[in-house]
Design a protein around this ligand. Sequence first.
Ligand code: UDX
Ligand code: UDX
Length: 465
Amino acid sequence: MPPEETSPPFNLRICCIGAGYVGGPTMAMIASKCPHIRVDVVDLNEKRIAAWNSAELPIYEPGLDEVVAGARGKNLFFSTEVKDSIHAADIIFVSVNTPTKTFGVGAHKAADLRFVESVARTIAEVADSPKIIVEKSTIPVRTAATIQTILESSEKGLKHQVLSNPEFLAEGTAMADLGDPDRILIGGEQTPEGLAAVEKLVSVYANWVPRERILTTNLWSSELSKLVANAFLAQRISSINSISALCEQTGADVDEVARAIGSDSRIGPKFLKASVGFGGSCFQKDVLNLVYLCGHFGLPEVAAYWEQVIQMNDWQKHRFAERVLRTLFNTVTGKRIAILGFAFKKDTNDTRESAAIYVCRDLLEERASISIYDPKVSKEQICQDLGIGPDDPRVEFADSASQAAADAHALLVLTEWDEFRSLDFEAIFQSMVKPAWIFDGRSLLDHARLREIGFKVYSIGKPLP
Ligand code: UDX
Ligand code: UDX
C-alpha cells in the first residue's frame, strides 16, 4: 500500500523513524494491539528495511517474529519512504540512535544528537499539518526544547507538540516488556495543547495497558527519569560487582550475599547478579549522559558520584581478563582461549558494549589466540567489534561450544546463554589442554560438577580456588 493511502479502516496513522532494536519491536507491538492504527516504520538503511520485510528479521528477539508476521502488510509497514510517511502521520516516533560523542565538546560523555536534529529538520520541512512528535530515543534532558526550536524555525507557522515517551524494554525480553509493561511514561508540555497531545498518546497505549500504569509528567521529568532509571539499575550491578572482588578475597560467595541482601524487601532481589560487567547500548551511554549533564549544571560532586558506576564496570571487565592471564601462569601468548558468548546478555544478537569485546581485546593484546562461539552473533559483527579482518589468524569462529573448546587452555563464559549449562563437559574436558580451566564470568555453571570432571574453575565473586 502506498504511504499516501489513508482512511478506512485506519483512524490514526503512526510513523516511526528508526527501525532498530527499540523502534522495530515497539511498533510491532502497537500494530498488533491496535488494528485500527496504521503504523509505518521507516529507516534510512535500505538493507535493514529489506530484512524487516523478509523472513529473517534484522534483530533477534524472542516472540518478535510471530508479532511481526501477524501485523506486517495489514497495518504494519516497513519502508525507506521517510518523507511520505512523515507527511501522512498524526504521531511521529523518533527512535534513531543517539551514540555517545567521540569528538569535540563532551567527547565520550555527551550524546551525539545529530540524527535527532536531522530528523527534526526533515519533519519541519515535510509536515504541512500539526504533528505529535514523540521522543523514543534516550536523549539528554531538554532535547525536546531543541526539537521544538528547530520545528518552530520552519516558516510554515504550524504548532507541533513534542512528547517524551522513554522506552524501558530490555533486550531479550522486549516483547514481554512491551506487552505487559511495569509502566508507560509520557511527558508533555503543561499547556492545553500539550495535555491534549499527551492524552492522544495515552489513548494508544490504553488499548492494552491499564490506565493506572500510564504515568504522565512534565517533559523534563520524563526525559530525566529514563536516564535515572538506567543509572540506578547500572549502579546496582556495579555495587554487587565491587563486592564480588571482596568476596573472592575473603571467602564469601557473592551469590549468597546477593540472596541475603536481596531478601530484604527494601533492597529486592533483581539486578544483583555479579558479572564480568554490564553491557548494552544504554547503561554506559545514559550514565555518562547523566554525568555530563551534572557537570554542565555545575554539580561536579554529583557527576563524580555517578561516574564511579562506569569506572567500576570498566575495572571489572579488565579485572576478569587479568585474572585469566595471572592464572594461566602470567602468559597467554599463543595459548588458545575459548570464548563462550559474545552478546552483551542472553537471548539477543546485540553486542553493543558487550563485556566480551573488552575481554577479547585484552587477551589479544597479550597475544592469545582466541576461538569464539555465540549462538546468535555473526562473524561479521564480531570482526567489526574487535576491529579485525575476517581472516585474522588470531581469531577463530566456531560453530559450537565444543568446537571452540577443542585444544584450548581455558574456556571463558561471558554470556549467560541457557545452552551453555547443558554442554557435554566430559567430552569438552577430554579435548582441552590440561590443566583445563573454566572462567565463569556469569556464575552460570555447576561448579561442583565441573570440578568432579577435573576442571579448575574460577567464577566471579566466588572464593578463589
Ligand atoms: C536507539 C538509541 O540507541 C537508544 O538510545 C534509544 O533509546 C532508542 O533508539 P536502537 O533502536 O537500539 O536504540 O538503535 P539502532 O538499532 O541503532 O536503531 C536506530 C535506527 O535509526 C537505525 O536503523 C538507523 O539506520 C536509523 N536512523 C538513524 C535513521 O533512520 N535516520 C537517521 O537519521 C539516523
Ligand atoms: C536496559 C534497561 O534494563 C532497560 O529498561 C532500558 O530500556 C535499556 O537498558 P538492556 O540494556 O536491554 O536494558 O539489558 P539489561 O537486562 O538491563 O542488562 C544490561 C546489562 O547488565 C547486561 O550486560 C546484563 O548482562 C547485565 N546485568 C544485568 C548484570 O550484569 N547483572 C544483573 O543483575 C543484571
